[in-house]
Design a protein around this ligand. Structure first.
Ligand SMILES: *Cc1c(COP(=O)(O)O)cnc(C)c1O
Length: 421
């Protein structure tokens, strides 16, 4: 039995069966490549779901981990260490917000933001303002898997098995300004938005919708909370996706790429929201530990030093132009969307989406398919044009060979017998 088969057998007995893993055993990474047990290299256009922003084995991350792990890994939040204020300064400078709370993961940051909104509304009520406790979230949203987060996550399959979820959440139709206006009232304590929905299919919110959300929230004292866990930290070519809109949130949440692969989340908020929180109301044992903070500082400084924002913007335009070229050639491609290195290719069939991911993997290129029909690309920011060309050529080949079998206008003679590998 191969090592991979042994592990698969053991996991199937020992783990909760929450994941459908691909049968590959990775043992290390180099730049934008993952390497499996047999030494085969895979071009990684997903970077661990948007986490490994600097790719694999970046010396800045290795050095930060080595130095900080020798010095100090954990202290708890009962004491000071050097990292939190230093990292918070970098985050407040870049977000245009005032204060930071460090958590460990995306969902935990999101829970913190939701609690902050409830506490802030309570403070406003105590000051005589009329504001309730309701959250408005968007259809197709994804904010995580813990109870508060999953309650604001739209897809029923994530929520319904665990019901009753947290009450007081209403979903607004995506980019439907009239629906937003109709559902907003003094009952609402926060409007919750991903500027570019990730899991929901790489869907950018419209400028009009985000501007209206900002205006409505400001009119009552409700908070506009923008989830930047996937789109933030430079992926779109600006530090935060909301900066593509020139609209400032009251609160934003960060995680995935924040510490380049070490778990770290953050809630970043304006002073007005922060005044609702005092000592003892919220906390975490691990959040903002010395190791994660040191690595996040190294990630931010590296993005700056290697000019990766401009690179993500420029390479993203190149990538999307190539994909639009493919879309002109293959009818199966419905739309190419995104910003910078957060890119979605919507197909006309879920089966074709599945098959494309599998065929790409056979060609040693890692992507995924989200929201059933949307191929998603979240590569490391260090990707180069040659990697884009490799991926686009592979997609071209796959669509040429297979798309006819799935499309409405089926060409049966072209559909059969060509599957490869
Ligand atoms: C991944 C994600 C989360 C949840 O993050 P976890 O670290 O998996 O808990 C929340 N919001 C968005 C937009 C995400 O992409």
């Amino acid at each position: 039995m191969s090592k991979l088969d042994q592990i698969r057998a053991a996991e199937s007995r020992l783990l909760l069966q929450t994941y459908e893993r691909n049968p590959i055993l990775f043992v290390r990474g180099e730049g934008v490549y993952l390497v499996d047990e047999g030494g085969e290299r895979y071009l990684d256009l997903l970077s661990g779901i948007g986490v490994n922003a600097l790719g694999y084995g970046h010396p800045a991350i290795e050095q930060a981990i080595a130095a900080q792990s020798r010095a100090l890994i954990h202290t708890s939040n009962l004491f000071y260490h050097e990292g939190q204020a230093e990292l918070a300064l970098r985050l407040t400078e870049r977000t245009g917000l005032d204060r930071v709370f460090f958590a460990n993961t995306g969902t935990e940051a999101w829970e913190g933001a939701m609690k902050l909104a409830r506490a802030h509304a309570g403070l406003l009520r105590s000051e005589g303002r009329e504001i309730g406790t309701k959250f408005l979230a968007l259809e197709q949203s994804f904010h995580g898997r813990t109870f508060g987060s999953v309650s604001t996550t739209h897809k029923a399959k994530y929520r319904e098995p665990f019901g009753p979820v947290v009450p007081g959440v209403e979903f607004v139709r995506f980019n439907d300004v009239a629906d937003l206006r109709a559902k907003f009232s003094h009952e609402v304590c926060a409007i919750l938005v991903e500027a570019i929905q990730g899991e929901g299919g790489v869907r950018p919110v419209s400028h009009e919708f985000l501007a209206e959300a900002r205006k409505l929230a400001s009119s009552t004292g409700a908070l506009l909370i923008i989830d930047e866990i996937q789109a933030g930290m430079g992926r779109t070519g600006k530090w935060f996706a909301y900066q593509q809109y020139g609209i400032q949130p009251d609160v934003t949440t960060l995680a995935k790429p924040l510490a380049g692969g070490i778990p770290l989340g953050a809630v970043v908020c304006a002073e007005e929201a922060a005044r609702a929180i005092h000592a003892g109301m919220h906390g975490t044992t691990f959040g903002g530990g010395p190791l994660a903070c040191a690595v996040a500082i190294a990630v931010i400084d590296t993005i700056e030093r290697e000019k990766l924002l401009a690179h993500a913007a420029e390479l993203g335009e190149y990538f999307m132009a190539q994909l639009r070229g493919l879309a002109a050639k293959h009818e199966a491609i419905v739309e190419v969307r995104g910003k910078g290195l957060m890119i979605g290719v919507e197909l006309d069939s879920a089966d074709l989406g599945k098959l494309t991911v599998a065929e790409m993997l056979k060609r040693h290129i890692i992507i995924n398919c989200t929201s059933d029909t949307v191929l998603r690309f979240l590569p490391p920011f260090t990707l180069e044009r040659a990697h884009v060309d490799t991926a686009v050529a592979a997609l071209d080949e796959i669509f040429t060979q297979h798309a006819a079998a799935f499309s409405g206008a089926q060409n049966t003679s072209a559909a059969g017998g060509q599957s490869r590998g």
